[in-house]
Design a protein around this ligand. Structure first.
Ligand SMILES: [Zn+2]
Length: 68
């Protein structure tokens, strides 16, 4: 059977999350890595903060170049 696992959960929450059964077919247990809604939200927030910082740094560089 195939289990849905959140690949980001250990990083954000400190413990793994198995979301559910993706498929009952096959013998043994396999994992498929995805992202759960909670981690997706955290990821988006971090991503936004990262790009916002990059944008501000770029603006600062532009400003300095115009002065020089
Ligand atoms: Zn997660």
């Amino acid at each position: 059977m195939l289990l849905n696992r959140c690949a980001w959960h250990p990083r954000y929450h400190g413990y793994p999350l198995v979301g559910g059964v993706a498929s009952w077919s096959g013998w043994g247990v396999q994992f498929t890595d995805g992202i759960c809604a909670d981690c997706a939200e955290r990821f988006r927030t971090e991503y936004r903060a990262f790009f916002e910082r990059r944008r501000l740094e770029a603006q600062e560089l532009d400003a300095r170049r115009q002065i020089a």
